[in-house]
Design a protein around this ligand. Sequence first.
Ligand SMILES: Nc1ncnc2c1ncn2[C@@H]1O[C@H](COP(=O)(O)OP(=O)(O)O)[C@@H](O)[C@H]1O
Ligand SMILES: [Mg+2]
Length: 238
Amino acid sequence: SRIEERTKVLVAKNQELEGFTYSVSHDMRSPLRAMVSNAAIVVEEEGERLSAEGRAKLSRLSDAATKMAQLVDDLLQFARVGVREMRKSPTDIPELARTVAGQIDPAHGTIDLKITVPQGTSADVDARLVGMALYNLFDNAAKYRAGTEPAKVELGWENRFGERVFFVRDQGIGFDMKYVHKLFIPFERLHRDAEYRGTGIGLANVKRAVERHGGLLWAESEGPGKGATFYFTLGQAP
Ligand SMILES: Nc1ncnc2c1ncn2[C@@H]1O[C@H](COP(=O)(O)OP(=O)(O)O)[C@@H](O)[C@H]1O
Ligand SMILES: [Mg+2]
């Protein structure tokens, strides 16, 4: 039918675009690395011969290139999450959660994770994708905490309308629900870079990972300072 034809064309176009994003970001990595490392070498080896202003400018150049390299890495990761082959296997969710919680960047803070998902709860999922999703949610909870460290975080689940709904709940800085639609868009951020470092790709990746399982992702906050809860399904019955 015409709809099937059009869907096929759209899917092909989409894959083409993913492939393009992937190769462009991939090819941009090495020239960016070269900029960052060469700027560092000039500062190191020729720094004394430069004026203070010259050194400052070089350091700004290096910071900008570092930031761009990070953005490109993020874009590449985002493209990968879209094209990677799915490998599902029965996965112990609480165990996976504990593992990835231990990998959080200490520079972002630490979390005190309480898991209320029953021990041994298993789901037939791609463990790498779900692990990446949980990692990003925990990492955000660590980063957007309300001053206190470690951040208190709960991984739980509810049975809603016959579906297993997982949630990651924190007691951090929260957000204004007016902007909730922006959270999952690549490179959109609600908090300023000066206070909270980041590039805004984490939740877009979480969304992709969840959607590749046929699941849904949404977020709720009672407002700034009142914590945040991220809910997701993985397309599985309880
Ligand atoms: N747990 C959270 N509490 C409050 N705001 C959050 C939380 N997680 C994410 N956000 C908001 O959503 C934005 C996007 O998150 P993310 O995609 O992970 O990017 P990043 O962490 O790099 O900024 C963040 O910049 C922040 O404003
Ligand atoms: Mg993040």
